[in-house]
Structure formats: C-alpha cells, structure tokens
Design a protein around this ligand. Sequence first.
Ligand code: 48F
Length: 260
Amino acid sequence: MLDEITISRAIIESYKEKLLAALDVDVAIVGAGPAGLVCGRYLAREGRKVALFERKLSVGGGMWGGGIMFNEIVVQEEARSILRECGVKVRLYERGYYLADSIEAVAALCLEAVRAGVRIFNLISAEDVMIRKNRVAGLVLNWTAVEIANLHVDPITMRASYVVDATGHAAEVVRIAERKSGIKLDTKSGKCMGEGSMWAEVAEEAIMEHSRQVCPGLYTCGMAANAVFGGPRMGPIFGGMLLSGRKVAADITKKLSAKK
Ligand code: 48F
C-alpha cells in the first residue's frame, strides 16, 4: 500500500537535509551550463564541498540547442578529452573540429557532476551576494518562481569560501557584486566590460585568460568570463566552456589547499 503522506514526508525531509548541507560550502557555483557543470565536477573530484544553483528547471544552459537548434556541438582538440572522460561520444568532423550530440553532452556532464558529489539545486536563483570584509563570501538565494511572479518574499543566505559566476552571457553575479558593493573588479576598467561580437578563434583563447578571480572571493568561468573581461562571444563551439570550467576548478583547488 502506498501512502501519499509518506511520499511527501520523504521528499521534504531529504530536500531539507540537502539544502541545510549547502548553507556552508567550499565553493558555490551559480549556473549549471557546461562551464558550471564542469567546474563543479573537477572541484568535487578533489573532495571539495560544492553546491551549484541553477535558475531554470533544467540544467545545461545554452548547450541543449547546439547552433540554431541543430542539436550538435563542436569542440576543438584540447577540449575533447573532457567530453571523453564523461563518456560522451566525440566524432572527428575534420582536422581540429570534433562533433558531439548536444543532448548526450549535457546529460553526461550533469551525471558526472552529480556522481562526483556536486549538489545541484535547480529552480533557485542567486539574487544577491554576501560581502564580508570586501570579499564575496556567499550568495543570497530565492526560488525562481518567486522571482518570476515578482512576489515580495525574502531570500535565504549561504556561505562559501569561493563563489563562481557561471551564469553565461549575463554574468549576473559579477554584475550584482559590482552594482551593490562597489567592489573594484580586476578588469582593465575596474568594471564589467561586456562581451564583444562573435569571433570564435579569439574568444576561445581569451576565455582561458579571463577564467579567473575577478574580485576577492569571486571567480568567473564560461561565457561570463568573456562578458566580464570584454572578450568576444564564440557561438556553438563549446571547448572553451569546458576548459574554462576545468581551469577555474584547478585554480580554486590550489587556493583551498594553500589555506589548510
Ligand atoms: O548560458 P550557459 O550555458 O553558460 P556557459 O556555461 O555556456 C555558454 C554557452 O551555453 C553558450 C556559448 C558557447 O559558445 O556562448 O552561450 O558559460 O549557462 C548559464 C546558466 O546559468 C543560469 C542560466 O539559467 C543557465 O542555465 N543562471 C543565470 N543567471 C542565474 C542562473 C542566476 N542568477 N541564478 C541561478 N542561475
């Protein structure tokens, strides 16, 4: 006999535990696109406590739709090992250009992140940051439904040793930190520079340089990195997203290790 109340209690108790555990973590990532998922996976594999908050119902960000809804993605040589590690079939198109099915890629990146230990919270938006001693020290979170309905409901706050903005083109967390705290960013202008027009080759190189700490406690990876530091966009080539997530994970792992 199945009891609906037991089903409800199981879900509520279990989610409550998961959310409580996410209130104080090593790394909080905002955005479960390809960059955020990869970043989380590599951090969790190093034994770091990682919570990843995603506004939408589904993870995967802009990867599902490939280019103009043709659900194939292109990656370059340097990045294909990341997809392979996650079990994604990667096919050679021509020298230097590899293809993968975007649905398979999102599903695999997500599964591998979860298996590594990343706690993913969908339907939650980061609406603010917590700043302590001129350092980003956590996130202010609310249900996306509250945001969409424009309801007057107060958020909750969580603490993290490091926060990663993986929110894509919008670079939402960096923009919030800049607007609300007046913190000077480590960019040429000290402000969020905004992304440039499409130029895949330059963008894919620039993103590696831009995937780094942008102000104390706050890193940026994926398309957000180019949006913050003024790099161009790159369209449906995804190698830079994967490599950028991995780079930021490695940088933060080093920082966390040095702290101990
Ligand atoms: O946009 P998205 O896929 O970012 P990414 O990982 O990859 C970029 C590519 O998809 C593509 C590209 C490749 O050439 O340029 O655009 O850098 O994923 C970002 C995720 O962040 C979520 C958003 O719903 C998306 O799934 N997001 C954005 N703002 C917030 C957020 C927020 N404030 N709170 C929670 N999630």
